[in-house]
Design a protein around this ligand. Structure first.
Ligand code: SAM
Ligand code: SF4
Length: 326
């Protein structure tokens, strides 16, 4: 079992498969960054490394990035990870551009839950945010995921003032009629986007009010899969999918954080907003790799900080979410 010094049991590993992306969302990666497959852990390395975490008590995996679906070996990676004894849940975060082709093979390989970034339903705003004309592919990718039976499918939306803030009601309606959950994530300032954030930031309180506020929405209890999201159901349609809000600044969920993160090049990060990445890859080739890996993991877990320091303006060393797997 992996337990930190504050008594938190760590069961959830977010695995970044790639730093690069086929989109360049303004709030994440304003300029496309070239990526090299030789920098990232291979499928075999991932199996070995993640396998050790699973033997140590990790049960839930989320594959993220960057954009994980760009990797040509994604299905093979899922197959390898799904075979690890002790893995109970494999989820994927994606922009859905390639989901039409991949939904079926990913489901067959063992992915059960999918989160899709969707910030706009309008071609112009979508282009403004992502730098791409791929809205149609994204919507079709979401449809493909529904067709092959993924459940739940969650949409993640970052609202930006003057760009997509007029669309929150349309996005909620889009999700509701398709049986999708939608979560609004407040735009966070990162090194890559610092200048943009003050101009475009919209608080989730604002979004909540635009959607009708407490008169329309009722808070639901914190579910096991909700993570840091606060979920609400429509009082008039209690059976409809919930909407959620992720407010990293105003609501701090660190006290029940169960997460670790692995970067695409095999570094361990114990907090999204932490200062340090611990390289694990070099241990994999040592004859006593398990002992060395365990020692490194124990050290990092032992140093996991009690809470992020966002309130005091410390965003850690992350430049962009693509680096560490948002
Ligand atoms: N490419 C995949 C995707 O877009 O879902 C997975 C990786 S992406 C980095 C993961 C999540 O990070 C997305 O939901 C995205 O909206 C979020 N994200 C990235 N930069 C952010 C920022 N500055 N503030 C808030 N959320 C951000
Ligand atoms: Fe790519 Fe996801 Fe970042 Fe958008 S949020 S640039 S889709 S990694």
């Amino acid at each position: 079992m992996l337990q930190d010094r504050f008594g938190r049991v760590l069961t959830y590993l977010r695995v970044s498969l790639l730093k690069g992306c086929n989109l360049s969302c303004k709030y994440c990666m304003p300029e496309r960054i070239p990526f090299r497959m030789d920098e990232v852990l291979s499928a075999a390395e991932l199996e070995k490394l993640v396998g050790r975490f699973v033997e140590r008590g990790i049960t839930k995996l989320r594959l993220t990035g960057g954009e994980p679906t760009i990797r040509p070996d994604l299905v093979e990676i899922v197959e390898r990870l799904a075979r690890l004894e002790g893995v109970r849940d494999i989820a994927l975060s994606t922009n859905a551009v390639r989901l039409r082709q991949l939904a079926q093979p990913l489901r067959a390989a063992g992915v059960r839950r999918i989160n899709v970034s969707l910030d706009s339903l309008e071609a112009d705003a979508f282009k403004q945010i992502t730098g791409s004309a791929a809205l149609h592919q994204v919507l079709d990718g979401i449809e493909a995921a529904r067709e092959v039976g993924f459940h739940p499918i969650k949409l993640n939306t970052v609202v930006m003032r003057g760009v997509n803030d007029g669309e929150v009601e349309a996005l909620v309606a889009f999700a509701a009629v398709r049986g999708l959950e939608i979560r609004f994530i407040e735009m966070m300032p990162t090194g890559a986007t610092h200048g943009l954030q003050p101009r475009h930031f919209v608080s989730n309180q604002d979004v909540f009010e635009r959607l009708g506020g407490a008169a329309r929405w009722e808070a639901v209890g914190h579910s096991a899969n909700a993570g840091p999201a606060r979920d609400y159901r429509d009082r008039a349609r209690p059976q409809a999918p919930t909407i959620g809000f992720i407010n990293p600044l105003s609501q701090n969920f660190c006290s029940d954080c169960n997460r670790l993160r692995l970067t695409a090049d095999g570094k361990l990060r114990t907090c999204l907003f932490g200062q340090q990445d611990l390289p694990l890859r070099p241990h994999l080739t040592a004859p006593d790799w398990q002992r060395r890996l365990d020692a490194a993991i124990d050290r990092a877990v032992g140093e996991k900080q009690e809470s992020h320091q966002l309130e005091s303006g410390d965003w850690g060393s992350m430049i962009s979410f693509v680096q560490v797997g948002g």
